[in-house]
Structure formats: structure tokens, C-alpha cells
Design a protein around this ligand. Structure first.
Ligand code: ATP
Length: 228
């Protein structure tokens, strides 16, 4: 299977176990929402995929066993992460941030700035002086510059003004419509998640408790596990 495949994934923080059996599959070109209340293991799942914490069970991407790889090799395999908290190099300019992330492929500085024109207007500005929304666009741009096959967005719209959130959602929609990128989304806006995702996977206490087509996610399930 060419995409991402997690089966019975477990993960620990030191002596404390946080994941107890996460099942999650993303095929090429698919958009999957990872859902669940606070503290249920969404970010921990992302950290395990990116090999930032010890994990067990099945974890494969593009048929490679991620458990056999150190974290820097995960990015090279084609997994681009936009972590919680919009990380970029604050002392570098927008352009330097983008160029530093670049790997060969279709995504170039010009393609990123066509998607986020605000970044194009601020290429020589230091990242630290950008607004929160612009920093988030830069974090997404940096991940795209690595030319990933799977893009993971962990709370990419968190804390942003509604108008900026809309810009990020429309960028995600255009990635879905115009590329073959697989996307894993974590976000608090259930409405936006539902409108862009093909499938949903719901976690409760570190376990997958529901997965299926977004269209089949009824209000009974969302009330029970997501709280809406
Ligand atoms: P949120 O929406 O609040 O970010 P989440 O679903 O992403 O929630 P996680 O951050 O993955 O949840 O947390 C899952 C569990 O792991 C929680 O019980 C949390 O307390 C625990 N946990 C998270 N980070 C650490 C850490 N660095 N050390 C120890 N335990 C942690």
C-alpha cells in the first residue's frame, strides 16, 4: 500500500503510555481528519508517525517500515509536518525560511507564494515580524517546499482571525483539488473538517474508536466522541 498505514499503534512518553491501539490509513490523494476530544492522542499520533517518540505496532509509509527509520529520514521519505505552534526560523527572512526547507520537486518558492501571496509580498521580512497568520502560512509553505507526498497539519488554524482561517482552509481545499497530496488534518473546526475531508478517524483515550467516510459520521457519533 502506497500511503500511510497504522495498525495497533502504541506510543509512550517515558514511563507513561499515551497510545493504546491507533488504526489509521491514508491512501494517496486522500484527506483524512483525525478527531477526538482534547488529550485523546491526536498530537501524540502525529509525533509517533514522525518518529519523535517511541512507538510500537505497525507504522508504514510508502511500504517502508517507519519504525526502522530515525526521524530525519521520515521527512526524506515524503512526510511534511506543520506542527502545532507554527514553527519557523524566526531570525531568517521569509525567503530564507522557504529556501532552507527546499527539496527537489514541483513545489518551489514561486508556487508557494502563488498560493499565499502575502508571503510573496514579504520575502525579505524576518519571520519574527510576521503576523500569526502569516507565520502559519510560512510554516505550511516550508512543509510544501520539502515536496511531501503526505502533509500533516496539526491545528493549523488555531488562534487565528476568522479571515486568515478562511485563507488557510481555501489553501487546503486547493491542495485537495489540484494535487495528489495525501493530507492528515487535526482541527477544532468540525464544520471545515467535514467539508474538506474524505474520511475521519476518531480517537478516544489513545485508541481508534471510529473510522469511516466523513459522510457517514452522524451526529450521534460526533456527540459521543467529539463533543459536538
Ligand atoms: P489536544 O487537542 O489537547 O492537543 P490531543 O488529542 O492532541 O489533544 P495529545 O496531546 O496527543 O492529545 O495527548 C494525549 C495524552 O498524552 C494526554 O493524556 C496527554 O496528557 C499525554 N501527553 C501529551 N504530551 C505529553 C508529554 N510530553 N509527556 C507526557 N504525557 C504527555
Amino acid at each position: 500500500m502506497s500511503g500511510l498505514h497504522l495498525k495497533d499503534l502504541t506510543a509512550t512518553y517515558g514511563a507513561s503510555q499515551a497510545l493504546f491501539g491507533v488504526d489509521l490509513d491514508i491512501a494517496e490523494g486522500e484527506v483524512v481528519a483525525l478527531m477526538g476530544r482534547n488529550g485523546m492522542g491526536k498530537t501524540t499520533t502525529v509525533k509517533a508517525i514522525c518518529r519523535m517518540i517511541p512507538s510500537g505496532g505497525t507504522l508504514t509509509f510508502a511500504e517502508a517500515d517507519l519504525h526502522a527509520l530515525p526521524s530525519h529520514r521520515v521527512a526524506r521519505l515524503g512526510i511534511g509536518l506543520v506542527p502545532e505552534g507554527r514553527r519557523c526560523f524566526r531570525d531568517l527572512t521569509v525567503e530564507e525560511n522557504l529556501v532552507a526547507a527546499a527539496r527537489p520537486g514541483d513545489w518551489t518558492r514561486d508556487r508557494v507564494t502563488a498560493m499565499f501571496p502575502r508571503l510573496g509580498e514579504r520575502l525579505t521580512q524576518r519571520a519574527a515580524s510576521l503576523s500569526g497568520g502569516e507565520q502559519q502560512m510560512l510554516a505550511i509553505g516550508r512543509a510544501l517546499m520539502t515536496n511531501p507526498r503526505l502533509l500533516i497539519l496539526d491545528e493549523a488554524t488555531e488562534g487565528l482571525a476568522p479571515i486568515v482561517r478562511q485563507e488557510i482552509w481555501s489553501a487546503i481545499r486547493s491542495l485537495k483539488d489540484k494535487t495528489r497530496l495525501s493530507i492528515l488534518l487535526i482541527d477544532k473546526s468540525i464544520r471545515e473538517l467535514a467539508s474538506v475531508s474524505d474520511r475521519a478517524v476518531i480517537l478516544e483515550r489513545g485508541r481508534t474508536v471510529w473510522s469511516g467516510a466523513m459522510a457517514d459520521l452522524g451526529t450521534d457519533i460526533s456527540e459521543r466522541y467529539v463533543g459536538v
